[in-house]
Design a protein around this ligand. Structure first.
Ligand SMILES: NC(=O)c1ccc[n+]([C@@H]2O[C@H](COP(=O)([O-])OP(=O)(O)OC[C@H]3O[C@@H](n4cnc5c(N)ncnc54)[C@H](O)[C@@H]3O)[C@@H](O)[C@H]2O)c1
Length: 340
């Protein structure tokens, strides 16, 4: 890649803060501007390793702020965008959807509109120096709705979002798609399954299981615990984003998943078993703390991904097996929660 000034949004969140150190290491000729509002979900401590890197700059701000976004494009002559920033927790979207509409839809619009104005003279006509500029939109498999016991999502699956979160992500995917078809903007979208790994916010399933277990509290599992998700180690997602960004075809979508389906109750039991080994309780097993709570409204039953396209066309495949990834994850949260 020639020298690029890449705007990363939401880089202080879970996936972004795993992605930035990885991406800086992979590409020595890039400069990253990380624009993050630092909502409750952002944590700059997760970027300690890169904060003094001369190829990295943090800017605190909102992706919905038109003037700020425009000024960043001008000041840094942004060549590309990798857009992570979002409200990301389904439960919060049920309690208060408005922030999801603002950030996920209006924020994406603000960013891609700034990119269009900065990179294009007019439709299908890039400005000199921006011929290769790319907008990579990070999205989720939740836009495809819910599967039954069988079947997989792929790039051709019709959209059927069921929560305000997934509906707002679906809307943003459509906006991004339209900028390719209408203006010829060089966009790529990736839709990934559930990520796990270090640096995820406490509110999400795996950190909650570990935190509650260690605190000796009930470990809450929705409904009957039979909801199935495909789990991918966060660094495998980062590698998928890297190949889709650097090698993906303009206008294309790539679904990314681990071929690694587990239901929530089995995730909780596996984590408790790891904890029993690495951090045993005085009496009994952590599994005894698992309790079932009232199900999430509109809870999708199953997500599963057929990642054939990114594997065959771009040569990506997951590197981490689930047991090893989960052990690394448990060990990271053990040290976090023991410090706090
Ligand atoms: N976590 C997953 O399992 C998963 C799976 C597939 C796709 N995704 C997508 O990946 C992206 C990142 O997810 P995550 O889990 O890292 O989310 P996260 O909630 O951990 O982080 C989101 C980050 O965005 C920032 N942010 C929120 N609103 C902002 C705004 N208006 N302006 C600027 N910054 C803002 C937050 O401060 C935070 O740092 C999201 O777009 C999400 O939809 C996540």
């Amino acid at each position: 890649m020639p020298k690029r000034n890449i705007l990363i949004t939401g880089g202080a969140g879970f996936i972004g803060s795993n992605f930035i150190p990885f991406f800086l290491e992979q590409h020595q000729d890039i400069f990253i501007i990380n624009l993050d509002k630092l909502t409750y979900a952002g944590n700059l401590q997760h970027l300690e390793d890169v904060k003094n890197n001369e190829r990295y700059k943090f800017v605190q701000g909102d992706i919905c702020d038109v003037d700020l976004v425009k000024s960043i494009f001008i000041e840094y002559q942004i060549s590309d965008v990798i857009h992570f920033a979002a409200e990301s927790h389904v439960d919060n979207s049920i309690e208060g959807p408005e922030a999801f509409i603002k950030t996920n839809i209006n924020g994406t619009f603000t960013l891609i509109e700034a990119a269009r104005k900065h990179w294009l003279i007019e439709a299908n006509s890039p400005k000199q120096g921006f011929e290769m500029s790319r907008f990579h939109h990070i999205s989720t498999d939740e836009v495809y709705g819910s599967l039954g016991e069988s079947g997989f999502f792929d790039e051709n699956t019709p959209y059927a979002p069921n929560s305000p979160y997934s509906a707002s992500k679906a809307s943003s995917d459509f906006l991004v798609r339209s900028y390719f078809h209408t203006y010829g903007l060089n966009v790529v979208t990736s839709n990934c399954s559930n990520n796990y790994g270090p640096k995820q916010h406490d509110e999400k399933l795996i950190p909650t299981i570990i935190r509650k277990a260690l605190a000796g509290e009930d470990i809450p599992i929705y409904g009957d615990g039979k909801n199935v998700r495909d789990w991918l180690y966060v660094l495998d997602h980062c590698m998928g984003i890297d190949v889709a960004f650097t090698k993906g075809k303009a206008g294309e979508t790539y679904v990314i998943g681990g071929d690694n389906e587990h239901n929530n109750i089995s995730i909780a039991k596996t984590i408790c078993t790891i904890l029993d080994q690495v951090h045993p309780k005085e009496n009994g097993s952590y599994t005894e703390q698992i309790t079932f709570v009232k199900d999430r409204l509109g809870h999708d039953f199953r997500y599963a991904i057929d990642a054939h396209k990114i594997k065959t066309e771009l040569g990506w495949k997951p590197q981490f097996n689930f047991d090893a990834g989960l052990k690394k994850t448990v060990s990271w949260y053990l040290s976090k929660y023991q410090k706090s």
